[in-house]
Design a binder for this molecule. Structure first.
Ligand SMILES: [Ca+2]
Ligand SMILES: [Ca+2]
Length: 397
């Protein structure tokens, strides 16, 4: 029995209650719906349900404190509609961002096949002479872009993951500038797109350094998984997310893990885009930790919802202030991907950046076009706006 009390009143409460009920019921019905491999060996524990329910109650009452009724609506900061300062707007699908050891911004230019460095004088240079594998016409409608998607700076070296396109074995982790040359070499084997979908890349998207697996943990939306990749290039499943159900939509919805980040508590956090129909308010930031130390996070209690109520999350990052920053791709991702020009569509239906401060979500940017990469420093929020070809920055309060 879960007691729920809300402080706010009136009609604004109903959608959140429905939302909550639906969350609690699907957790109850399917036990642990997120982890393929765990579902078989787990017994539902009452405390686990209570924890999940409690989290969702918090999310619901916070949303209730806002001015909007819709799922996925949060309080909006006054400065949220102010435009950012453009660092560059001449790129083809910029995505992953990171600061290197010199505090220079590195940009994974997915559609351009490059990893770029923004020099202190504002000049932008490519870290490789030749372009890395990339494509502008992949995916179901030949409209998606694939290429360098995310960057890691580890032990003084730069690594980047490249996503898959048209089954041509491009999904790989690469080491850049080996021996100081402006070149790149693969760390992982070429991906066999027709091999069974376990212990391999499908369409890797974001990367977090992970000494606990002697390398990295990679979010792979194509496999609905997190993968452990070691420095020798060995790949194995770390978490496999299971599909979930929403009301009034028969087919299951895929979890689609995207942006990944290391928390101050040492755990891994990952956001979910959610698959078609990209339901509002259903995207979750998961907390992932290999508590029993067996080398993966597929055991009971190792994957838990941390922040809920979002819509189509594409990236997450923690700021030095300890807050979690979350990029939502679009206010209407279904329409963006339905037909026509993705760039035009995503400008018409912009995304948002949300600050999550101990359970309190606030929209801090609401005019950003298809954001897919975030970096936060003491003073600055950097955002890649993928379909606008732009990287922008804003002061952070
Ligand atoms: Ca990221
Ligand atoms: Ca484990």
């Amino acid at each position: 029995m879960i007691e729920v009390t809300f402080e706010c009143s009136g009609d604004s409460i109903q959608p959140h209650l429905e939302h909550l009920n639906h969350y609690v019921s699907y957790h109850l019905v399917t036990m642990n719906p997120f982890l393929n491999s765990v579902a078989q060996k787990l017994q539902l524990s009452a405390s686990r349900v209570a924890i999940i329910a409690a989290l969702l109650v918090i999310a619901a009452s916070v949303a209730c404190g806002g001015s909007e009724d819709e799922p996925g609506s949060f309080e909006v900061e006054e400065s949220a509609s102010e435009p950012g300062t453009i660092i560059t707007d001449e790129l083809t699908s910029p995505r992953g961002l990171i600061l290197n050891q010199d505090e220079n911004l590195l940009i994974a230019e997915t559609g351009g096949g490059r990893v770029l460095e923004v020099m202190p004088n504002g000049e932008i240079r490519s870290l490789t002479e030749k372009r890395m594998p990339h494509a502008l016409n992949t995916g179901p409608d030949n409209e998606y872009r694939a290429g360098p998607s995310a960057i890691s700076v580890l032990n003084g070296e730069v690594f980047t993951i490249v996503g898959e396109f048209r089954g041509n074995q491009s999904a790989r982790l690469f080491r850049l500038t080996p021996g100081g040359e402006k070149e790149f070499e693969p760390v992982t084997e070429a991906t066999d797109a027709f091999a069974p979908l376990s212990n391999r890349f499908s369409n890797p998207y974001d990367i977090a350094d992970a000494p606990e697996v002697d390398g990295w943990i990679v979010a792979d939306p194509g496999g609905n998984s997190l993968l452990a990749v070691d420095l020798d290039g060995n790949i194995r499943d770390y978490v496999v997310f299971e599909d979930f159900h929403i009301p009034d939509h028969e087919p299951p919805v895929e979890m689609v893990p995207t942006g990944i980040a290391r928390g101050a508590d040492g755990a891994i956090y990952v956001g979910s885009l959610t698959g078609y129909p990209y339901p509002r308010g259903e995207a979750v930031v998961w907390r992932v930790e290999d508590i029993n130390g067996d080398g993966d996070a597929m055991d009971e209690g190792e994957v838990e919802p941390y922040a809920t109520g979002f819509t189509t999350i594409t990236d997450i990052t923690f700021g030095p202030d300890g807050n979690l920053y979350i990029a939502e791709f679009s206010s209407d991702t279904k329409t963006v991907f339905e037909s026509g020009d993705f760039a035009e569509n995503s400008a018409t239906h912009p995304g948002r950046i949300i600050r999550w401060n101990n359970g309190e979500p606030t929209v801090i940017v609401e005019t950003v076009v298809s954001p897919t990469g975030l970096v936060v420093t003491d003073s600055t929020l950097y955002i890649s706006e993928e379909y606008a070809g732009r990287v922008s920055k804003r002061p952070i309060n």
